[in-house]
Design a protein around this ligand. Sequence first.
Ligand SMILES: Nc1ncnc2c1ncn2[C@@H]1O[C@H](COP(=O)(O)OP(=O)(O)OP(=O)(O)O)[C@@H](O)[C@H]1O
Ligand SMILES: [Mg+2]
Length: 386
Amino acid sequence: MNFAGRRVLIIGTGLVELAARALEGAVIETAVADSLNGRSLQSDPPDLVLIDAAGATAEALGGAISTLGRAPTPPPTLLVGGQLPVALVRALMRLPHSDVLEAPFTIQDLAATAAPLMTARLPPVQSAPSRCWTVMGAVGGAGATTIAIEIACALAERLPGPRRVCLIDLNIADGAAAAYLAAPANMLLSRASQAPERIDPALLDAFVSEAPGGIDLLAAARDCHAFDTTSPEAVLRILDVACQVYDAVVVDAPRHRRAWTLDVLSGSDELLVVSELTVPALLAARSLAGEIEAELPDGPPPRIVLNRLAKRVFGPAPSMVEAEKALQRRAVGGITSDWEAAAASANLGGPISQHRPKSRIVKDIGDLVDRLMASPAVRGDQARVA
Ligand SMILES: Nc1ncnc2c1ncn2[C@@H]1O[C@H](COP(=O)(O)OP(=O)(O)OP(=O)(O)O)[C@@H](O)[C@H]1O
Ligand SMILES: [Mg+2]
């Protein structure tokens, strides 16, 4: 392949000489992993990004890969190095067009790996990781908060970089996420409602608390008037800013309709409705999903998660097949019931993945997150079954 005139951006400095010989004639620029500029990637994208794994910390490289992933059309990216961390390689593989080259390698190896990446640029992908995941219970106590927390922690495990996942509890009157995680509830949303235009990354930082499980939390302290004193502008702005700052945002959304509910749902990439395996919950889930589809025909399709599946069923509970019949749609996943793990973790303060990592809940959530990351929701896609 003729590399003459092709623009190659090298993250790190170690590879410059080698790349100049392997990609003869290419115009080589360098950048530091920490300060990769998302805006210039968008306005003036290189033909190839070459990442020197030895040139920065895994965290900085993870951050750079996240920045690349957020570009509207991420450039082809080649990660080069020895003993590459698995998390980094997984993040890289989520880019639409990427490859790895294990050290040691020859100049010919580098040219042979770079060439196909540079020639076959893909169109913008559907499979970029979803940024905003909203979880809503079909009935009270279905497990929405528990599942939102575990999804946030599972995403944090899968995304590299320092600002990975923020869990936002939009049950602003009496949300339970902070209590489940034993983390402070610092979000003063009703005060911020007086000047929502002033909500920026700095204010977000002041509202955020660190939670166990490698996530950040935005939750408000208990306030029975909060729904009356918080403006829709403030809620939507906090979500917007969080989506700019974090790789992924998980929203624990209240079940009852608020002035901002539809905007929150339509701005989400994934929308999960949590139901239990009881007839009233399934009927509520079916109605809620139907309502959302009717009101947001071009929005993310509501996908149903069945929670607290029990192996031994006490009394007449519907099977998965019967549940899907009642729902008139397929469920996107099922989460096993494990009361001991759920209660112990809530009592100790922290995610189940931390206190009971071997629980089936953790495995089921991990599988669900992997499945949804592999096939993100397509807006306007209705998932009905006959
Ligand atoms: N898979 C599960 N197995 C066992 N217990 C669970 C499971 N999921 C949730 N729970 C438990 O069910 C109860 C309700 O869960 P949670 O608070 O997450 O529900 P919710 O839908 O957020 O409730 P609310 O309507 O009050 O917001 C909690 O005690 C929680 O520990
Ligand atoms: Mg809840």
